[in-house]
Ligand binder design. Structure first.
Ligand code: AN0
Ligand code: CP
Length: 318
């Protein structure tokens, strides 16, 4: 495996989930695979889960890890080619990336949407430069448009908690005070569309996601209708994708907050969220603290999802 940014790169998805669940039974079974191999994690944005789970996954495989927080202690990096660098940026990504590649065997990159230009965000400008110029296998730790490690962990979690062969999985938009990227819902849709689930997306009008990720998913604009009979509720906020409103907040409507009344419409659905979550905006205290909430085991599976990706990347080194 050379890159991991979307569901297709996993090949057979059922086999991938099976491999991950095998790893979970003994996460130290491949401890010698990563001996003397180094993972470099490059963060352009904050993280709690990705930072810890990725490092832990690498340690399970016997790897060494180096973490670079680009905005804390590194030179400020120019990312656009052709710029006269007479401002506050001391180094260009085009030198920085191959240099980073010299010190490691695999690279993980976190670089969120910047909402300056939809075309820039959706071209995955920064992640693609790492893929092109680092000379190393590269995986996304949340790019501008996808968060595949999260979606893979989500799918593993659904596999563990499902009580029907083909569960109904509902991705629900929920309100948030700040504009957030579409990466998490994009990847969740990317994965759910390939999984054996009945997948429904519910959001207010204007929050339609990129059709390349939504594909054949059902869209239901009435949130309560969408919740009826659901086995999993996956809440997430995102900002608008449509050209005219790209990156904007169109609604802060708290009637979309996931609460107990709405959960009562479901088939005793499990509640999921990638975290970090703002309580009583996205979901009420009662729901996230209820036995139906599986946000903590979901986060725990980030370690397993990442270990599977690192294992495949290590296996394909030379
Ligand atoms: C980020 C997002 O919505 O993409 C990261 C989620 C894993 N969330 C925030 O910035 C709050
Ligand atoms: N879910 C997730 O990726 O969390 P962090 O932003 O804390 O890494």
């Amino acid at each position: 495996m050379q890159t991991f940014t979307n569901v297709k790169e996993l090949g057979n998805l059922q086999a991938a989930v099976k491999e991950a669940l095998e790893i979970k039974k003994n996460r130290f079974a491949y401890k010698s695979l990563g001996e003397n191999k180094t993972l470099l994690m490059v963060f352009f944005n904050s993280s709690l889960r990705t930072r810890l789970s990725t490092q832990k996954a690498a340690m399970n495989l016997g790897m060494n890890t180096i973490v670079l927080d680009v905005n804390q202690g590194a030179w400020r990096l120019e990312t656009e080619r052709g710029v006269v660098m007479d401002g506050d940026k001391s180094e260009h990504l085009l030198e920085a990336i191959p240099v980073m590649g010299c010190y490691c065997d695999i690279i993980g990159v976190r670089s969120f949407a910047r909402f300056e230009s939809k075309a820039d965000d959706y071209s995955e400008n920064i992640l693609q430069q790492f893929i092109r110029y680092s000379g190393r296998p590269v995986f996304s730790m949340e790019g501008a448009t996808t968060h595949p490690l999260q979606a893979f962990a989500d799918l593993i979690t659904i596999e563990e908690y499902k009580t029907q062969a083909r569960p109904k999985v509902v991705l629900s938009w929920a309100p948030h005070p700040k504009a957030l990227p579409q990466a998490v819902p994009n990847s969740f849709a990317d994965f759910m569309n390939e999984a054996d689930v009945d997948f429904v997306i519910t959001h207010p009008e204007g929050y339609e996601l990129d059709p390349q990720f939504v594909r054949g998913a059902k869209i239901e604009y009435n949130q309560e209708k969408a919740f009826i009979g659901a086995d999993f509720i996956y809440a997430k906020n995102w900002s608008a994708f449509a050209d005219v409103h790209y990156g904007q907040i169109l609604s802060r409507d708290r009637s979309w907050t996931v609460d107990t009344d709405k959960m009562n419409l479901t088939n005793q659905a499990k509640f999921m969220h990638c975290l970090p979550v703002r309580r009583n905006m996205i979901v009420t205290d009662d729901v996230i603290e209820s036995p139906q909430s599986i946000v903590i085991p979901e986060a725990a599976n980030r370690e397993i999802a990442c270990e599977m990706i690192l294992k495949r990347m290590l296996e394909s080194l030379e």
